[in-house]
Ligand binder design. Structure first.
Ligand code: ZN
Length: 266
């Protein structure tokens, strides 16, 4: 995130034999979608998903509409780079808002409105629940149980929902969930993206202090086995927001450690 621009990250991947990546929207915007697509094609690295869209909780109707328009653009952007999904998070609460149920309702409504555009573009929307500690500012969807409930509802409202909507399961966000295995079974083939990192026992940031798999308390291997038992055969996306550690290191070293941990801890 900090060491490389878009082109440098692709070079580092290729040097280390990695040919799939999630694309972070800000990195792509810095060079433009067209140039990003060209670089991906030239490098032979496939875009798995575009991260992150959503942010559909605003109680201001004009802001809500403009977020929907943003998402329509991001769906097109995801299609342009050949990604299969746009990972979407709900967003948190507007300043001064204490109506959590209302924010959840707006996010659900927003996702339902994006289904036709996503389907037309051939892009799946991967709803990503995040850890409850970021409920206030990043995601009012905090568990796999709720994500399953939301998809049950959206699927009952729209015939297209089943083919368009899915779930991005991030082990960092959900490892604490008491009935995670049962909820993974319930999700079944809804799981279309799988993110891993580790929970450091002395974590010191709400978002940006994730650990390398194997360095904390998450049993990533077990979670991977649970989702693969449901038929998941997509990539494992190692997603480590780490402002004080991994983002400061040499990219080749980071990728080398990731590859080692893929073999031992995921
Ligand atoms: Zn994630």
């Amino acid at each position: 995130m900090k060491q490389c621009d878009f082109a440098q990250s692709l070079d580092a991947f290729v040097r280390n034999g990695i040919f799939k990546t999630a694309v972070w929207r800000e990195k792509l915007d810095a060079i433009g979608t067209q140039e990003g697509s060209r670089l991906l094609k030239d490098s032979g690295v496939d875009a798995v998903s575009l991260c992150a869209g959503g942010f559909l909780t605003s109680r201001d109707p004009a802001n809500f509409q403009s977020s929907l328009d943003d998402n329509r653009r991001w769906i097109e952007q995801a299609a342009a780079i050949g990604a299969a999904s746009l990972v979407v998070i709900t967003g948190g609460l507007d300043e001064g808002d204490r109506d959590l149920a209302g924010a959840r309702k707006r996010a659900l409504e927003g996702f339902s409105q994006l289904i036709p555009e996503a389907r037309a573009a051939g892009i799946r929307l991967a709803l990503e629940p995040l850890h409850p500690m970021v409920c206030g500012f990043r995601s009012v969807l905090s568990s796999l149980r709720e994500a399953n409930d939301w998809l049950d509802q959206l699927e009952s409202d729209s015939a297209m929902a089943r083919e368009v909507l899915g779930i991005a399961l991030d082990s960092y966000a959900l490892w604490w969930e008491a009935d995670l295995e049962a909820q993974i079974e319930r999700a079944g083939q809804r799981i279309i993206n799988f993110h891993v990192s580790d929970w450091l026992p002395d974590t010191c940031d709400l978002r940006l202090d994730r650990g390398m798999p194997g360095d904390g308390g998450i049993d990533n291997l077990r979670i991977r086995q649970w989702i693969e038992a449901q038929g998941y055969n997509g990539p494992v996306e190692v997603e480590i927001f780490s402002e004080r550690n991994w983002w400061l290191r040499d990219p080749n070293e980071v990728l080398k450690v990731i590859k080692e941990r893929c073999a031992t801890a995921i």
